[in-house]
Design a binder for this molecule. Sequence first.
Ligand code: SF4
Length: 509
Amino acid sequence: MSQLRAAAAAGGLRRSGGRAVPAARRSRKGASPRGGTQAPPPTPHVFSDPAEIGALRRNLLAWYDRCKRDLPWRTLAATETDADRRAYAVWVSEIMLQQTQVATVIDYYNRWMQKWPTLQALAQASLEEVNELWAGLGYYSRGKRLQEAAKKVVSELAGRMPRTAEDLQKLLPGVGRYTAGAIASISYGQATGVVDGNVIRVLCRLRCIGADSSSPAVIDQLWDMANALVDRSRPGDFNQALMELGATVCVPKAPLCRECPVKQHCRAQRRVEKELAFASQKLFGKPTPVPDVEDCGVGGCPLCPPAMEPWDSSLGVTNFPRKAAKKQPRVARTATCVLERRGCHGAPEYLIVQRPSSGLLAGLWEFPSLPLDQDLQEEKQREALADHLRAWTGWPVVAGGLRFVGEVVHIFSHIHQTYVVYSLPLDGDVTLDPALTPSRWVTEEEFHASAVSTAMKKVLKAREKQRGEESSPGKGSKRKRATKPQGANSTRPGTQLSLRAFLRPPTSP
Ligand code: SF4
């Protein structure tokens, strides 16, 4: 299966090779989305010869049988005899693989299937449990939606998974066209194609499709092609083979064309070979005809590269696919405070709070945080955070009591997030009003077992690193210490400050 998966969200966005692209508006074959008649795509961009389609299927499947990776969801799909359990096993893998690498997913998948081997088991889990297991995998709404859909299958569909791609997409929340096609072809043997980021790349290269690969016209064409190519007797294997080819051979930057099992069907590769032959003949001074490296010959072809961006010989087959310029991620800054106290045997404990149940990182736990305006000065950041903590805890927290730890950058899919990290050591037991945001004290071990994001793990790591540097100031790096206590009660390195200490008036020298 592919490293990156098409999210294929129903009616929304589909992932393509690491970014979201609009789902194509579907139309009946031959009719444009707006109701007009659509001309068939120029021949060079389609597979029209049945003999060639047959040969491509055979070559690809033979390669897949020889070279496919051994993956836990493939084993389950091949050995599970119960159709509902088989479909569930494939479904979980497909959701986890969206935007996440195979190597990362394997461990999560195994733990998930061990904990919730059936839809019924998942339907009974709490969202907290789902978030805890999903912690670190990213795109947290995936786990939540998977569980919501499992509940729906159990409560509304009598525990029976829909049996066709159409019904899967129609009836299950979070299951889009790609996921539905993958489940139906792999679990039920339905002869339906799939289009994800890897398939987009392979098909665009096979047929020299150079128009924006996220455009509805191209996506529509690729779905038609995937449905036409899929092997009728082994659709699940064929789809996985196509994705596997994109993940391991026809990779984005340096495709292994010489090892490719379908190179004889690849027009991008043919174009490269023609150019090479032309260049070598020219080198030896032989009279040569102009190579046939023009576009498909149809003026204004909607599938050829745009006239402004013609074929670039230096890129070879990686001329395809082409994508519209990526939208820059939004830049955001957030002040975060690691509130800590000494627990059993002096080991640190941390206060974490739960995020709202909707929006980014819904329901996950984090250190108390506050979004900041972009241009806020450092001093104002502290004050804003102190105000926030004061309102939240009811304690007279002062800005000078917050110790600067450093900045932690985390890239979400659409946000370039910088956490400005502070710490505030506390003494004694602190109980927060339960009517406020849910909160709890956790040990380091409990923190890592909780439903916390990777970004928060980075924040804690920064704080622990600082503590390590404070306890052995002469050891290791010569880096300037990030901590610069600003309060009136600043103290020597390694000493825990108490909240009361911050609240004491400054002492005279
Ligand atoms: Fe991809 Fe190269 Fe194979 Fe063409 S020949 S499909 S570009 S790996």
